[in-house]
Design a protein around this ligand. Structure first.
Ligand SMILES: [Zn+2]
Length: 71
């Protein structure tokens, strides 16, 4: 049981070290463009495309309207 706890702790530490670095690499490749997630369909799109709302971001006006009407 203790062995599993140590393995989980080690995995968590490795995850914490690896994940922020891979995110930084992604940002450098994309330049200054931030990727946003559509609140309706979950697709990723550059911040220059789509619609940015005050509460959520959307890939198109149709999904913004659908999301707002479902609230
Ligand atoms: Zn969408």
């Amino acid at each position: 049981m203790l062995k599993w706890l140590l393995l989980m702790a080690l995995g968590w530490i490795v995850y914490r070290i690896v994940v922020p670095r891979s995110r930084d690499h992604g940002r450098q490749r994309e330049g200054s463009i931030e990727m946003l997630k559509c609140a309706e369909c979950g697709v990723l799109f550059p911040e220059t495309d789509g619609i940015r709302g005050s509460e959520a971001n959307f890939c198109c006006a149709g999904h913004r309207d659908t999301w707002l009407s479902n609230r």
